[in-house]
Design a protein around this ligand. Structure first.
Ligand code: 13P
Ligand code: SF4
Length: 369
């Protein structure tokens, strides 16, 4: 890519000035009008971590697994405006038909965890691990990863996982090969494997920055190789946060997402995916006291929707996921106006070859509910 392309590319992804001058009321009115005029030609999936100003326009909300399933099932919409982050929009593009276009309202809405594994690092790690362990490893990747990583996993017989189905998929993977390589979230991989009875001493960590396998045991005992990546949002919940709750409010239940560290998950009362957390709060009797360890937009929404319960964030200084938060009213309106004007912009398109291989990994996951 030349400097000129780079500059043009940056300019093209920048929000035009006029969107900064509209009031929120004007933008809300314009977005509803476009939604009404496009009808079922438009589908807006919204991840639970999106802010309320955006979620109000979502046709469906869900966690990453639910949204992937909803996109795969929707053959009607010509335009899928994904209110989430880049890897989710890529997954939607892979799972939808060629006549359907997927858009991300702000191309800067990435995921810091997905950025912790690139395909070159992964190929390098794979070569090293194959030399050391032979053909005994099945690769799995959290959906929070690039399409290229999903394709790598697909062509090597593996599958994608989400936090909702990680246990089922890891269990399956270990019937296929003696060990797994779990990308890119070490915490989800560790917490899931531990839940399935694998001791921590049988888990190694691959460091992609040094190309070193961190493992003190015997190679023969190594069952799980965890990629050294993490979510910068969920890593902010600490054992000190839990200790504070235990010391001050022993009747408050702590529930966390499995992207939190193993120590935090072990000391919590319960843990599970975004969907699981929502289900537990929804089912609890009025007056239940919760400290929730997950993304702040979701925690705030749970507080609004369940005033009958006493909900706080496990970390009082928690911020929302900053990349999820890039999707806002101005970017959503800009994206929708481009669609109505026939301007091809902010389209997420995965090439056919990558898509074909990534589909294998996604299908292996979607076939195992
Ligand atoms: P789930 O939607 O799978 O719970 O994942 C949480 C997340 O971090 C999404 O980026
Ligand atoms: Fe990525 Fe974490 Fe944000 Fe999810 S919450 S999009 S894993 S950075």
């Amino acid at each position: 890519m030349s400097i000129v392309d780079l500059v043009n590319g940056q300019v093209a992804t920048m929000l035009p000035e006029r969107y900064k001058k509209y009031t929120n009321e004007e933008m809300v009115e314009k977005i509803w009008a476009i939604k009404q005029s496009l009808g079922t030609k438009l589908f807006i999936p919204g991840h639970h971590y999106q802010k309320n100003e955006v979620i109000q326009f979502a046709d469906e909300t869900g966690d990453s697994l639910q949204l992937a399933q909803l996109c795969a099932a929707n053959e009607l919409a010509e335009h899928i405006v994904f209110c989430g982050v880049h890897f989710m929009a890529e997954t939607a593009d892979i799972l939808t038909k060629p006549h359907q276009k997927v858009y991300l309202p702000d191309m800067r809405a990435g995921c810091s965890m997905a950025d912790m594994a690139d395909i070159y690092q992964t190929e390098r790690a794979w070569n090293h691990l194959q030399e050391r362990f032979g053909d005994t490893i099945l690769p799995l990747t959290y959906v929070n990863s690039t399409a290229a990583i999903k394709a790598f996993v697909g062509r090597n017989g593996g599958a994608t996982v989400t936090s909702s189905n990680a246990k089922v998929i890891v269990k399956w993977a270990l019937t296929q090969k003696k060990r797994i390589l779990f990308l890119p979230d070490q915490h989800l991989g560790r917490n899931t494997s531990y839940d399935l009875g694998i001791p921590l001493t049988h888990m190694a960590v691959w460091n992609p920055l040094t190309d070193v396998l961190e493992f003190e045991g015997r190679d023969d005992d190594c069952e799980v190789i965890l990629w050294k990546g993490h979510c910068s949002v969920h890593e902010n919940f600490t054992v000190e946060n839990i200790r504070y709750i235990r010391d001050n409010e022993p009747d408050r239940q702590v529930i966390v997402h499995p992207e939190c560290t193993h120590e935090v998950v072990m000391q919590s009362d319960d843990n599970g995916s975004t969907k699981y957390i929502i289900e537990q709060i929804t089912a609890a009797p009025p007056g239940t006291k919760w400290a929730i360890g997950t993304e702040m937009n979701l925690v705030n929404r749970l507080m609004d929707v369940h005033p009958e319960q006493d909900i706080i964030s496990l970390n009082p200084l928690m911020c929302p996921c900053l990349t999820m938060n890039r999707i806002d009213l101005p970017h959503l309106l800009w994206c929708l106006e481009n669609i109505t004007e026939g301007i091809e912009h902010n389209i997420i398109s995965v090439d056919d070859c990558t898509s074909l291989e990534a589909t294998k990994a996604l299908d292996r996951m979607l076939q195992r509910p």
